[in-house]
Design a protein around this ligand. Sequence first.
Ligand code: MRU
Length: 342
Amino acid sequence: MINTVAYENDQVIVLNQNLLPDKIVYESYTSVEEVAEAIRTLKVRGAPLIGVTAAFGLALGAARYSGRAEEFTEYYSAIRSQLASTRPTAVNLFWALQRMDRVYQNNAHRELAELKELLLNEARCMFEEDIQTNQLIGQHGAQLLQESSRVLTICNAGALATCGYGTALGVIRSAYQQEKIAKVWACETRPVLQGARLTVWELMQDQIPVALITDNMAGYIMKLGKVDAVIVGADRIAANGDTANKIGTYSLAVLAHHHGIPFYVAAPQSTIDYSIASGQDIPIEERDPEEVRSVRGVYLTVKEAEVFNPAFDVTDNRLITGIITEKGVVFPPYEKSLRERN
Ligand code: MRU
């Protein structure tokens, strides 16, 4: 099993995913700044993992606080803002911080040492729950697939994007154990190449058959009849089922719809933002233009080229065949089916 994040001896330890698949390097952080920077620079990425890492970051900041008890509230809100400002789209970040807030608010009257312990316990609970949640997503999702399925995915919604097992790749893992997977098509996922660097590596570690394609090959492969289902993760699902996920997901959904191929979203309940009516209200992160101009430091274009670099897009609910969570699979109309699962 791949370990993506851990908390030991008042340090947050993360696998630096920017170095994969060439090097497996774990980094240890002793400050909230370092944890926030790791999230911002994609050393740690994927919605559920961002949430749990931020929770560990908050616990770390609390554990290392040596100031006056009366000033802890101000300090807590400063470190919380630091973590909350790292990435805007994945709602799991805010969900995890809100869980930490509740523990803080319910225990603010306690001794600081006890409060620090409770905050760390909450982060540890989220870590454990995430793995169990993904295994359930895997079990529910695998039931949707037939024997010898060829599944297409984008980005990395695997063990690397979570505390273990994965969401979209969790479904693929469970289905593979049931001998239902003939092949996984991994879209490379420009500009940051999470598909090429992470998904291919992760699936090969488990000997799950995977073939890498560039993003613009998906339509042709569907037309050739070589895709039985598309399964993707999510960064935020609105109350009506509209889903934000890695840039390129929307194009795949349109293509799948055109070719009559089922398109599934796999995500924990914590990715559903019931406070947002539709995808129009989901904030979409725009990242550094350098990510598009260059790949791993090598320029592909003119250095001054104008660039637009949205990290995510939104897939309309009508293009989604089913949403798989730990509670089961829901189908359209999502406003109703998601509300019933809340
Ligand atoms: O920019 P990233 O790598 O954090 O984007 C990740 C994705 O889009 C994943 O599909 C999503 O977070 C789900 S991870 C289980």
